[in-house]
Ligand binder design. Structure first.
Ligand code: SAH
Ligand code: SF4
Ligand code: F3S
Length: 437
């Protein structure tokens, strides 16, 4: 028998791409592919791409350029582009990078085996349909190999919100929810393979409607799986934070006290121009209610500076909102005009102004992030240990607030959940000791 072919997948962008990459490698395992150590020893390389900002897209083309020598040395090497750039640019990718063999959009991954056979036969393959059939019904079951204690699980895809700056509704299509029964079945498969924490994914996960009580109903059902210890979800839109979901933070012990709730801007004028469908005050009221339900919740946010028309006063409203809300984690970006989105038609803010605003916002966000992390020192948190740390014997895991926590050797094993007393806070992780009794 010939040696198995080797597959190297590199993921960019959001967690949904991480999940999709796993499902793609499982789909190609049926064609005899095993994981390659690196791009250098692969027979097929897939770049699972992100289109959300210009930089993300350009990174793909420079990465593809770097594969040129590999392809010259091994003409049989197949190169594919998947994900959101594939969906957005389609056949243009072949024009810009003729060595690419295959371009596959996010809704067509279940067709990878047949597309792979096509490119092996020497043809090019392009599939950026939004097919009628549900890819999840056609992908193989989750692979039986043992895996780490945490997993992503996509429950909802696509977005109907059409924020004026965002390509996601175009690259991922309309909102679709997977039926709760299927999600629960996949969760059980994961748990049977050693998973103890599941993060439910969706571009708009709290708009999930595959359960009669929405995402909250799904969470309550998943909480009934005995060996599943922790549940998280991301990313949420403020206008879909239902009462039932907020109540779940109080009532479902397995739902972790961490919420990523992007606001993008603190200015009502900018929020309106962005088509975000809520005001700064409405957002703050939602946060208040969530904090009533779960006072210790750690909040995370996304922010865009320099959206077209944003004035200094608008930007200061964003700083004020950040001061008032207080974020333990955050992601902030300079506005990047994206082809095909309404905001791309508007006159932009000067790049130097964007740079300066981003620096000011990040200085504040980093201060809050450090303070949140340092406030853990002296407290006892619960840690799910995920993998060996960098120092010999060290083990690293995540607290309920998603902080990375290291403990010295011999105190914990991967997959265990233990109380840890936090002794110190480093730049991006905490150091602790497992508490006895
Ligand atoms: N579905 C999620 C994630 C969308 S993309 C949500 O609604 O929050 C992740 C983040 O990228 C967004 O929250 C936004 O802050 C940022 N983003 C999206 N489009 C952008 C653009 N054109 N320029 C800069 N940042 C952008
Ligand atoms: Fe993009 Fe807005 Fe949809 Fe989020 S809610 S994916 S930012 S359009
Ligand atoms: Fe990027 Fe697509 Fe995710 S554009 S953020 S990879 S949905």
């Amino acid at each position: 028998m010939s040696a198995p072919r080797k597959l190297f997948i590199k993921s960019y962008g959001c967690q949904m791409n991480v999940y999709d990459s796993e499902r793609m490698s499982e789909a190609l395992a049926s064609e005899g592919y095993v994981a390659a150590e690196s791009a250098d020893d692969a027979d097929m390389i897939l770049l699972n791409t992100c289109h959300v900002r210009e930089k993300a897209t350009e990174k793909i083309y420079s990465e593809l350029g770097r594969f040129r020598p590999l392809k010259d040395a091994k003409p049989d090497l197949k190169i594919g582009v998947t994900g959101c750039v594939a969906q957005a640019e389609g056949a243009e990718i072949f024009e810009r990078q003729p060595m690419v063999d295959m371009v596959v959009g996010p809704q067509s991954y279940h067709r990878l085996p047949e597309l792979e056979r096509k490119i092996r036969a020497g043809d090019r393959a392009l599939d950026t349909d939004f097919p009628q059939e549900d890819k999840f019904d056609h992908l193989p079951k989750r692979s039986a190999t043992a895996r780490g204690p945490t997993a992503f699980l996509t429950v909802q895809e696509g977005c109907d919100k059409f924020c004026a700056f965002c390509v996601v509704p175009y690259t991922r299509g309309a909102e679709v929810s997977r039926p709760a029964g299927r999600v629960v079945a996949e969760a059980r498969e994961l748990v049977a393979r050693g998973v103890r924490e599941i993060t439910l994914l969706g571009q708009n996960v709290n708009a999930y409607h595959g359960h009669e009580d929405g995402l909250a109903g799904l969470i309550r059902e998943l909480a009934g799986i005995d060996q599943l210890a922790r549940i998280r979800f991301t990313t949420s839109h403020p206008s879909d934070m239902t009462d039932s979901l907020i109540a779940a933070f109080e009532e479902v012990a397995k739902l972790m006290p961490y919420l990523h709730l992007p606001v993008q801007s603190g200015s009502d004028m900018v929020l309106k121009a962005m088509n975000r469908r809520h005001t700064a005050d409405q957002y703050k009221r939602i946060i208040e209610r969530i904090r009533q339900a779960r006072p210790d919740i750690l909040l995370s946010g996304d922010f865009i500076v320099g959206f077209p028309g944003e004035t200094e006063a608008d930007f200061e409203d964003t700083l004020a909102l950040v001061e008032e809300v207080g974020y333990g984690q955050s992601y902030s970006f300079k506005y990047s005009p994206r082809p095909g989105t309404p905001a791309a038609e508007l006159e932009g803010v000067d790049d130097a102004v964007k740079d300066e605003r981003l620096q000011r916002l990040q200085a504040l966000l980093i201060r809050q992030q450090r303070a949140a992390q340092e406030s853990m020192v002296g407290r006892t948190v619960s840690v799910l240990f995920e993998k060996p740390g960098r120092l010999p014997g060290q083990v690293v895991g995540k607290s309920e607030y998603l902080h990375a926590v290291h403990v010295a050797g011999g105190q914990a094993g991967v997959g265990e959940i233990l109380p840890v007393r936090i002794m110190a806070s480093n730049s991006n992780s905490l150091l602790g000791e497992v508490s006895q009794g």
